[in-house]
Write a protein that binds this ligand. Sequence first.
Ligand SMILES: CC(C)(COP(=O)(O)OP(=O)(O)OC[C@H]1O[C@@H](n2cnc3c(N)ncnc32)[C@H](O)[C@@H]1OP(=O)(O)O)[C@@H](O)C(=O)NCCC(=O)NCCS
Length: 189
Amino acid sequence: MADFSLKPTLVGDLVEVRPARASDAQVLHALMSDPEVSRLTGSVHSDDEAADETWTVEQLEAVYQRWSTATDRIAWVIVERETGQVVGEVVLSDLDQGNRSCGFRIWISGATERGLGTETTRLAVGHAFDGQGLNRVELEVYDFNPRARHVYEKVGFVHEGTRRGALRYNGYWVDAHIMSILTSEWRSA
Ligand SMILES: CC(C)(COP(=O)(O)OP(=O)(O)OC[C@H]1O[C@@H](n2cnc3c(N)ncnc32)[C@H](O)[C@@H]1OP(=O)(O)O)[C@@H](O)C(=O)NCCC(=O)NCCS
């Protein structure tokens, strides 16, 4: 049986992915103020909103405190090994024990385009399959995020379908694409 209360640190060549804790809230709060992260993760509905703060540090502390013992998700901070800096977050969420599946999401701020996202995705997905014995990992990515789609495809995620007009952004409707990867695909990659 999968057990997301176990939250190991995963180590790659470029990143160390370690369980998020309440004391990470301050640095994550600063990184989350990046409007690009707010926009690309669908956390806001306009550039104006993206420029505003959506969470306080105290609210984030409470969230990460709760998640540090959650049994249905593993939230990690992404640490760039070269600098020792926290650069983002990656999460396996919504563990479904019966169907041995979970969700995936990731964001990086200020350290994109140097391979960290690809390696982090591989580490987290590898943990879902090799560490936890899951069968399926699913994610959602907006149509205006070709970089993320490219990374997910590189790791082995397959496009399954589209939630048309799922996000309203700056008055426009944006499609959300559902992608997934199965353990058989991960093993044969
Ligand atoms: C998406 C994200 C996790 C990817 O991580 P990253 O560290 O930037 O990605 P990497 O450096 O590992 O790889 C980027 C790849 O995208 C490619 N790429 C860059 N811009 C692209 C574009 N506009 N279209 C297609 N591919 C693009 C790069 O060439 C590279 O591919 P390659 O290694 O095959 O050359 C990161 O950019 C991020 O968090 N962005 C902000 C928030 C976000 O988008 N989160 C995901 C929400 S679904």
